[in-house]
Design a protein around this ligand. Structure first.
Ligand SMILES: NC(=O)c1ccc[n+]([C@@H]2O[C@H](COP(=O)([O-])OP(=O)(O)OC[C@H]3O[C@@H](n4cnc5c(N)ncnc54)[C@H](OP(=O)(O)O)[C@@H]3O)[C@@H](O)[C@H]2O)c1
Length: 303
């Protein structure tokens, strides 16, 4: 087995590389500098050179609101980029794990979505990710499309994730209004990365929903973040989606049934509140590790 990871310096990609390294599985870390997935000839050359047996494709345009404006770039990376990867997976008989999202659904079902429910994205990011899924299903047989939701982790430029955003905002504001009618699963990259690496050895193909267990709204998620982080001097107010201006519409209830993952007898991912505590344990650890020594920058220490 030799696994190539795209988006290897991203929030999830970083954690997947750590997990492969931990299990001593031969892996190739691929960033946009190594292989821009929108460039067909570059994808051809890299995959012909590396000849991986498996690809975990995490590279994507993940700025949901910006995708409403930069539609073409989101399409080129999420749809065309995935098509390029899938095309050469077919030619070189490489198994593909493609990361997708709960945002392929409209959120109007009212119950958790199963892997076979009809999709109906309501924003450009979701549409481009769904187009990526379609290319994978048309071009390949040996694929796993893994849909997940609300990712948080300590890899890549993680300052953009919801937890860090809440902690940052709490430093400058005493009150905060948070949407309470959008519900899904906070999912942690360290749990998801373990599940993805486990799925490498599974020869049951198709769609999978893999998230941490339990669901909540953004408002409830923030309440728990501030409670675990010990942030007291902030008041948060629950609001409705229509009271919160954002460029992209977001599904109301996009919880995902992890049916097929469980049917394989694989251990469901932990309850999100437990993993939130684990996130802060790891965050404290990485903070303590990154206290710069005399004359040494934190960045230098990480390498
Ligand atoms: N974040 C979430 O809440 C969430 C929820 C559900 C599903 N997902 C899916 O999970 C996967 C990982 O998400 P994430 O949050 O870890 O994303 P992320 O941190 O934004 O990482 C995405 C990576 O893709 C790279 N990339 C962008 N354009 C590229 C290109 N043209 N060629 C090669 N690499 C390129 C980026 O590199 P640069 O940083 O150098 O541009 C970055 O390292 C994505 O497929 C995403 O759609 C995410």
């Amino acid at each position: 087995m030799k696994v190539l990871v795209t988006g290897a310096n991203g929030m999830l990609g970083t954690e997947v590389m750590r997990q492969l390294d931990r299990l001593e599985i031969p892996a190739v870390s691929s960033t946009i500098d190594d292989m821009d997935v929108t460039k067909l000839d570059v994808v051809r050359d890299v995959l012909h050179r590396e000849c991986p047996t498996h690809i975990i494709h995490t590279a994507a345009f993940t700025l949901v609101d910006t995708a409403e404006k930069d539609k073409l770039l989101a399409y080129q990376i999420n749809a065309e980029g995935t098509k390029n990867i899938a095309f050469f997976c077919r030619e070189l008989d490489i198994e593909l794990i493609y990361l997708s999202t709960d945002y392929v659904f409209s959120g109007e079902k009212g119950d958790p979505y199963t892997e076979t429910d009809p999709t109906d994205p309501i924003n450009m990011y979701g549409m481009t990710k769904l187009l990526g899924e379609e290319y994978v299903r048309v071009l390949l047989e040996k694929y796993k499309i893994v849909r997940t939701s609300w990712l948080n982790g300590l890899g890549g430029d993680y300052s953009r994730n919801f937890i860090e955003t809440m902690l940052r905002v709490a430093k400058t504001r005493s009150t905060l209004s948070l949407v309470n009618d959008q519900v899904s699963h906070p999912t942690f990259t360290f749990d998801l990365a373990q599940a993805l690496v486990t799925l490498l050895d599974v020869n049951v193909y198709g769609n999978y929903h893999v998230t941490n267990s339990g669901e909540c709204s953004w408002y409830e998620f923030a309440q728990e973040i501030f409670s675990v982080a010990g942030v007291e001097d902030i008041t948060i107010r629950p609001i409705l989606s229509e009271q919160f201006r954002s460029a992209a519409k977001r599904p109301r209830y996009s919880a995902l049934e992890n049916t097929r993952f469980k049917d394989l007898g694989l251990k469901p991912l932990p309850y999100w509140k437990e993993s939130l505590k684990e996130y802060f344990r790891r965050r404290r650890l990485s903070d303590s590790l990154s206290v710069p020594q005399e004359g040494q920058s934190p960045k230098a220490m990480q390498q």
